[in-house]
Ligand binder design. Structure first.
Ligand code: ADP
Length: 486
């Protein structure tokens, strides 16, 4: 048993309070796993409109805390709630910054003041920690939104602050979001130009990069799979950060995300019309029938392969490949369902396909957690042709639901999916290497062919459902890294 390590855990999204992607799943589950290992973890999150409207049990803890923003000082109230694991979550209430329809921006673009919003959040988290007399042994920050914190600890929160010298761990969930802002806005952060705005600091091609601040100034940097940790040190995947990541490689660790089987488990999932488990699989077929009806797919597809995706509509996710091969794939007499929101061009292309192939293609635009669960259960195959994928959670959920992943061999997809070998009957999915439409189509064809043999397909589903990606193993790795920095 380890003694109580105090961890301040900063994330801009946390399940079940506010979510746009995998970061929220991680921040919702990892603190609970760390707590079970004996750590005292406290989360901090902005009090978004989504949280306000979310019907959570919330109580005020601090009023009128003074937080700097550029040359000004603003006051905030701090509220408290808990995750399902009983981890305290402190909410920073400042309506002019966080009471908005979305977390980061709208379909038109990011909010114009995101630097102000997340710089303020970073300062507020630290000041709040001091005000609550919570002296963390370390601070764990996630993605660009909290990338400023390791720099702040070095800069402003030097002596005599109680936080001075506190070690920081920074986790990169997606290198594609770099938190870039014009150099002229540096005063918003409160950091000194001479000390921080240079190529060895948070300057990135003439701009401020909050992601780079995290990478440069944290004691340890982690990312969410071993393969992605290697990939991001190369020009192909490094998006310009490969140099700095290579430099930090002795402090860079790839730890595969776990998943929360309390939330993602077909045996207990309350969103499903019918639950099922490896030993009682009938329910999966009922879920498929029900999904087909819900999405307006022709009932004849209950006996044919049903493919689908749940994803942000973003170039990262391989939609150009999907759009290129969709016509060809539909000729294999399969159904296809997509749940997603984001890029308008991708949206339009899928909408057109859904119109052209009415009864064969279903498209639900938007963010819909219950539908995501129903799809996990009702689909036969789950497609993830990502250009890059730091970890990817949906393939891991899909495995648990007996929905066979067809993925590109990149990042965490490569680490979690093992191609099925019909001879040995080992493996849990289908994988393709080059980022090419014909490679993707060929992997889908293999899957569709195998689907025609129900006995082998059952074995493949069973292999996936057996896999265990619960958080405990990964949490242990985080604990090791925490111990190495304190
Ligand atoms: P990323 O973080 O890059 O978006 P991940 O696979 O790590 O990708 O995590 C995505 C998470 O967001 C999963 O939990 C997935 O189910 C969820 N998700 C993505 N798009 C939607 C959507 N439109 N509706 C509901 N859930 C979604």
């Amino acid at each position: 048993m380890v003694d109580k390590l105090k961890v301040l855990f900063l994330s801009s999204e946390v399940v079940p309070f506010a979510k746009t992607g995998g970061l929220a799943d991680v921040a919702g589950a990892l603190p609970g796993a760390l707590k079970r290992m004996g750590a005292d973890v406290r989360l901090v999150l902005p009090y978004y409109r989504l949280v306000r409207e979310g019907n959570f049990q919330i109580r005020p803890v601090l009023r009128g805390l003074k937080i700097p923003l550029g040359g000004e000082t603003l006051t905030v109230n701090v509220l408290e709630t808990h995750t399902e694991d009983g981890v305290p979550v402190y909410l920073i209430e400042r309506d002019d910054l966080y009471d908005r329809p979305n977390l980061y921006g709208s379909a038109v673009g990011d909010y114009y003041d995101n630097l102000e919003r997340f710089s303020f959040f970073s300062h507020a988290a630290l000041i709040l920690s001091e005000a609550l007399l919570f002296s963390p042994d370390l601070i764990h920050c996630h993605d660009w939104q909290t990338g400023l914190v390791p720099a702040l600890i070095k800069g402003l929160y030097g002596e005599p602050s109680t936080l001075s010298g506190t070690p920081t761990v920074f986790t990169v969930h997606n290198l594609g979001y770099q938190g870039l802002f014009p150099a002229g806005k540096l005063p918003v952060t409160g950091l000194s130009k001479t000390e921080f705005f240079h190529p060895e600091g948070l300057e990135f091609w003439g701009k401020i990069s909050l992601l780079k601040a995290g990478i440069v100034y944290a004691q340890a940097v982690t990312t969410v799979s071993p393969t992605y940790a290697r990939e991001i040190q190369t020009p192909e995947y490094g998006l310009g950060m490969e140099g700095i990541l290579k430099k930090r490689r002795s402090s860079l660790h790839g730890i595969l995300n776990g998943v929360d089987y309390g939330v993602w488990n077909p045996a207990t999932d309350s969103h499903l019309p019918c639950t099922y488990s490896p030993r009682k699989m009938e329910g999966k077929h009922r879920c498929k029938e029900s999904l087909i009806q819900e999405m307006g797919i022709d009932p004849s597809f209950t006996k044919k392969p049903l493919l689908g995706m749940i994803s942000r509509l973003d170039n990262q996710k391989g939609f150009d490949l999907l759009i290129e091969i969709l016509g060809e794939i539909l000729e294999l007499d399969v159904g296809f369902i997509l749940l997603g929101s984001g890029d308008e061009l991708i949206q339009k292309a899928i909408q057109e396909a859904a119109m052209r192939h009415r009864g064969q293609v279903g498209f639900e635009m938007g963010f819909d957690e219950p539908l995501a669960h129903r799809m996990m259960a009702g689909l036969d195959m789950f497609l993830i042709p990502s250009r890059y994928e730091p970890c990817g959670l949906t393939q891991i959920y899909a495995l648990k639901y007996g929905t066979v992943p067809v993925v590109r061999a990149t990042g965490g997809l490569d680490d979690t999916i093992v191609p099925f070998d019909p001879l040995t009957k080992k493996g849990n999915g289908f994988k393709f290497g080059p980022y090419k439409a014909d490679a993707f189509a060929s992997a889908i064809r293999q899957a569709v062919n195998l689907f025609q043999d129900p006995r082998v397909w059952k074995k493949l589903m069973a292999n996936g459902m057996k896999a265990n990606f619960s958080w405990d193993k990964s949490a242990r790795r985080y604990m090791e890294i925490y111990r190495s920095v304190v």
